[in-house]
Design a protein around this ligand. Structure first.
Ligand code: NAD
Length: 423
């Protein structure tokens, strides 16, 4: 069965997408069979069924997951997602991507991810608090600053992390800020963390422009998803001189070939809770924007946005993946044939986990850095990681995605061999 003939259902399974890239990279690296077996599966998968008293007085039971893919290079690290669509396969894929991502940017973490099948938009704050506290209590012996450090992801935020930190601390009988990252600044969060993923995207785009001899002012950018990652990337890039010509959200999309004033759009959306009716751009659709002519396309919403169904029509020169897994493995070949310069998710959106690493370091030091220090360190790591990946791609004659996986797998495998896990 070739990549091009696989069923869409299989194509959009994130675990299959992850495994396809892992196998390809491991083969190219000539990875020995034992390490291949170790790294292809997560180290630990936890499933919990969480009873929560709803505001109505009725009891509901929610299913939650925590998957620790690898702890070879340090404590596991990864977000917690609240969504009705969460599956174990998705959490597995996201956990392994965290292992590869932390290795690409060379920070001392392994990879993990968590999720709860629930619809946070339909739950009250008190229900979400009870859910989060019970989930944390169920995981109390598996997480910790030296074991596994959760963070926010889709459907979770600073408040969720504050509840997790408090619940864990109650069990430990002392305040343990370093158990989670993405906390509010007044309780051990880091300055610069909120914008870090968007900032990291801008740094790797800047590097790609240098490589392709382009400049910011003539670079047209389209962003899909205007949440934490997408809105911060759009805002920072607009401020830096990039021309943001299209923005898509789940309830509508906007296009203006002369560029959108992102600050005005953010203000409009805050006031109206929607993009619809923003006067300085034409209405469009999310599907249309993904295949609209531009220089940089930033999918920053969710998985499986670029598939065999639309990859041939993508017109961007650079695909900078803000979301995790926005492109399926089967679509990779099509993008490569078209010559799209891909900045893969495990590199492009690593600014978030890098700033989380800084938060964890600051919590353990009990000494908090100025925002300029955070940003400077972040930029340094993103820039040198971009160089590492592109150099690896050129040296080995592979595309950027394969290079990022190969670099990451090589780093993790090296550590496992050195630690002597075979003994
Ligand atoms: P978020 O919930 O803040 O934002 C996501 C946005 O995308 C929401 O506004 C949502 O309405 C929108 N959206 C959902 N489906 C859409 C669609 N089909 N078309 C257009 N818009 C759509 O989440 P986030 O933190 O910005 O994360 C976005 C992605 O980036 C996820 O894949 C996440 O795993 C990844 N990521 C996030 C971080 C981080 O630091 N927050 C770091 C690395 C990777």
């Amino acid at each position: 069965m070739t990549m091009k003939t696989i069923a869409l259902e299989q194509e959009i399974n994130p675990w299959e997408s992850q495994a396809a890239r892992f196998d390809q990279a491991a083969k190219k690296l000539n990875l020995d069979e034992g390490l291949w077996k170790i790294l292809r599966q997560p180290n630990r998968e936890i499933i919990v069924h969480i009873p929560v008293m709803m505001d109505t007085g009725k009891m509901e039971v929610f299913t939650g997951f925590r998957v620790q893919h690898s702890i070879a290079r340090g404590p596991a690290k990864g977000g917690v997602r609240y969504s009705p669509d969460v599956t174990l396969d998705e959490v597995r894929a996201l956990a392994s991507w965290m292992t590869w991502k932390c290795a690409v940017v060379n920070i001392p973490f392994g990879g993990a991810k968590g999720g709860i099948i629930c619809d946070p938009k339909k739950m009250s704050q008190t229900e979400l608090e009870r859910l989060t506290r019970r989930y944390t209590a169920e995981l109390v012996e598996f997480i910790g600053p030296e074991k596994d450090v959760p963070a926010p992801d889709l459907g979770t935020n600073e408040q969720t992390m504050a509840w997790m930190m408090d619940t864990y601390s109650m069990h430990m009988r002392q305040t343990v800020t370093a158990v989670v990252t993405g906390k509010p600044i007044n309780m051990g969060g880091s300055r610069g963390r909120l914008e870090a993923t968007g900032r990291g995207l801008m740094v790797v785009c800047d590097e790609a422009l240098k490589k392709l001899n382009l400049n910011r002012e003539e670079t047209r950018v389209i962003v899909q998803g205007f949440g934490n990652v997408g809105s911060n990337a759009a805002k920072l890039m607009h401020e830096a001189g990039y021309r943001i010509i299209g923005v898509a959200e789940w309830d509508g999309a906007l296009f203006n070939r002369n560029g959108i004033d992102v600050a005005a759009l953010i203000e409009y959306r805050q006031r109206n809770h929607t993009f619809t009716g923003f006067p300085e751009a034409e209405p469009s659709t999310g599907a249309e924007l993904l295949v609209t002519d531009c220089d940089i396309l930033i999918p920053a919403a969710t998985e499986n946005q670029i598939t065999t169904q639309n990859a041939a029509n993508v017109k961007a020169r650079i695909l900078c993946e803000g979301a995790n897994g926005p492109t399926t493995a089967a679509a990779d070949d099509i993008l490569q044939e078209k010559g799209v310069f891909v900045i893969p998710d495990i590199l492009a959106n690593a600014g978030g986990v890098t700033a989380s690493y800084f938060e964890w370091v600051q919590d353990r030091q009990g000494y908090f850095w100025k925002e300029s220090v955070v940003n400077e360190q972040l930029e340094h790591i993103m820039r040198s990681s971009f160089e590492d990946v592109v150099r690896f791609a050129e040296t080995h004659g592979v595309n950027n995605r394969l290079a990022a996986y190969m670099l990451a797998i090589e780093r993790v495998a090296f550590t496992i061999r050195q630690r002597g896990i075979y003994a």
